[in-house]
Design a protein around this ligand. Structure first.
Ligand SMILES: [Zn+2]
Length: 239
């Protein structure tokens, strides 16, 4: 069944946000487990995915805040910050704790993918690199793509240095519109910047889950708040 909005589901005692933008495509986003409290580790994704029987077909990314996007057709670990596939039952994953998780799909061909965009990846325009690579390797034009953003740090909490502001201004003429100035400093709206990039090439926003990871400590890990204590996982799969 497809659904145009995210739902919180519980499976084997774990809670996930789920979006089914088409009958075949499923997007999952993990929540934190209270038994993880006090532990300095990342969530074990294979354990998290056990109820979904996706552990054996997992693609994980060794993320480095790059703009590197790879097409994949088999499980394993890759060096990239974005990937996509047209294979069935290949679960693509990313891990984030404040950075923006972007899930992307094409309804007709069933190509699915995701990308990790913190401020460096956003500045490098990984969302555009993603659309270009999909078009180059599959022929799907970017205006046929849909995208959805998962939970990330919001403009309410993402204070950045003036150096970050200046780096954006130097490489991106529209940069000012993504920053706001409060008396404490500059705040960056990473979500708006990535939506701007994707809409500029005609991609259409599906349902995004607009929840701030920094404000919602009970549900999500936040790197800003907890400095590497854990990660939220995002998964997209074509069933
Ligand atoms: Zn916030």
């Amino acid at each position: 069944m497809s659904s145009q909005s995210w739902h919180l589901i519980s499976k084997d005692g774990l809670r996930f946000y789920v979006l089914n933008p088409t009958q075949d495509i499923e997007i999952l986003f993990t929540t934190r487990r209270f038994r993880d409290e006090g532990l300095d580790h990342n969530l074990d994704l294979k354990e998290q995915l056990a109820p979904f029987e996706l552990g054996a077909s997992l693609v994980t990314m060794n993320q480095t805040h790059s703009d590197r996007v790879i097409r994949v057709d088999r499980p394993g670990e890759i060096e990239a910050d974005g990937c996509f596939t047209s294979e069935f039952r290949l679960a693509l994953s990313l891990r984030v704790a404040d950075c923006v998780p972007i899930f992307i799909w094409d309804k007709d061909s069933g190509v699915v993918g995701l990308a990790h965009a913190g401020w460096r990846g956003t500045l490098a325009k990984i969302a555009l690199r993603f659309a270009e690579k999909v078009e180059k390797e599959t022929g799907i034009p970017s205006y046929r793509l849909y995208y959805s953003l998962g939970p990330s740090i919001g403009k309410c909490c993402y204070e950045v240095s003036e150096d970050v502001l200046n780096e954006f201004r130097e490489t991106w003429p529209e940069a000012n519109r993504f920053f706001s100035r409060k008396k404490e400093g500059f705040y960056l709206d990473l979500r708006a910047a990535n939506c701007f990039l994707l809409s500029s090439v005609g991609a259409v926003e599906g349902a995004s889950l607009d929840i701030c990871t920094h404000c919602n400590s009970k549900r999500f890990y936040s790197h800003r708040r907890e400095h590497g204590k854990g990660r939220n996982w995002g998964i997209i799969v074509r069933r």
